[in-house]
Write a protein that binds this ligand. Sequence first.
Ligand code: ADP
Ligand code: MG
Length: 473
Amino acid sequence: MLVDLQQENSRKIRTRLEQIVGPQRFKVWFRNSTQFTCCDGFVKVGVPNLFLGGWIEDHFSEAIAQAARDVLNKDVQITFAIDPVLFRNLRQSQLNSQAAFIEKNAERVLRDGKVLPAGESVPLRRLKYRIDDFVVGPGNRLAHGVATALIEDPRRDGGSVFFHSGCGLGKTHLLQGIANALAERQPQVRWAYVSGEEFTNQFLFALREKKLDAFRHRYRDIDVLLIDDMQFIANKRATQEEFFHTFNAIDGSGKRVVLASDAHPKLIGDLSEPLVSRLIAGMVVRIDKPDFEMRCEILRRRARQTSQGVPEPVIQYIAEKITANIRELEGCLLKLLAFATLAKTPITLDLARQTLDDHLRQTGKIITVSDIERLVATYFGLTPADLHTSRKNRTIALARNVAMHLARHHTDLSFPEIARLMGNKNHTTVLLACRRIGTVLRDDGEGYWIGAAGPQTRKLREIVQSLEEQLLR
Ligand code: ADP
Ligand code: MG
């Protein structure tokens, strides 16, 4: 009975969400790639992988919370967790449709209210993270110090700042924390926070609508420009050039540009040389994985925000098990809290072991073909969909071969399985790709491709190494 009611509520929340975000976006981001579970004060959103989870959390948390509020008539906590069934079922076609959506729907994204009106510095979207909630430890002390100095004196000419780290280690938290703190403590400072993808969409829209002047005016007329997920800009040559000019205009006039990305500027691979040089002339700060004490502190703070008490041994148990990703760390705690609420039992070490061991079995360090394709496509300035075409251009061929090589080495999939996942190809295509890459690696040969920034050459060994470094982080 209870289960029926929960299912019914989950269904209603999805329907309401579809009304809020519109059928097109619902289809792309939610229909087949999420699973909603509703129980006592929680809505758990199951997602296929960390990338989609992060994306949905960043862009749709508020819409989901709104939908849940409308259906349940109360505020509930939204949690995100990797759902093993979705994880296994994720079809490449879905990822393609998501990438294609981002490319094609610049205008819709803008109409949805993400564009800043000219002269307005505060985005319409509310930013959720606060710098005061940012737990500091050895892995992020420098990044935090840079952020607080910037908040205290944003006009001091400190040059640009580029934060980079693996997924879920606090880049978005830090950037939004800076933005919120500026809004509160430095009201005279004009700032803007956008993702690289939003910047790209706004630029393409302005280009198409012949409104470049307004676009430039809006971005160049601010004191602190914060761009999250910079790697998205790397894909588009024109956007990259525009960004370069924007960057020079802001940085050159002593104002601040703060960027975050999942890789060091040199490892993004497809940024133009002049842009990379400008970026590394500023401050490049890496955020490392949290140490044990910091993981415990994050969990303690999260636990304090809920009404359930979480015993210290449980905190330590989770912190011992989940070491590499703070989003996952929090997700595990929330999963445990939801489980205890549902089962109406207190939180004990035994319960933590049960829920967590389950989680670890299902999601432990599995690298998927989609992870590889996304990474490789970004590196070469392509989209994952490009890798599936049978076009023979040099860049696509190199990217496809590298992706197949990585898939062979970092997943348990067979040649036919890789072939099927990478656009229904024949298994000999994968076999030949792996041989070709193997030969070039053995001879220490070079990879040659046409990136957004023009022709590029680099030792294949270095390309593969830097991709592997990002993949295994
Ligand atoms: P990234 O942008 O690097 O992928 P996020 O900033 O989205 O990571 O962080 C993922 C989750 O971890 C968020 O819920 C964020 O609040 C939390 N988090 C990350 N770093 C910290 C920190 N130092 N203190 C507290 N919470 C953190
Ligand atoms: Mg982020």
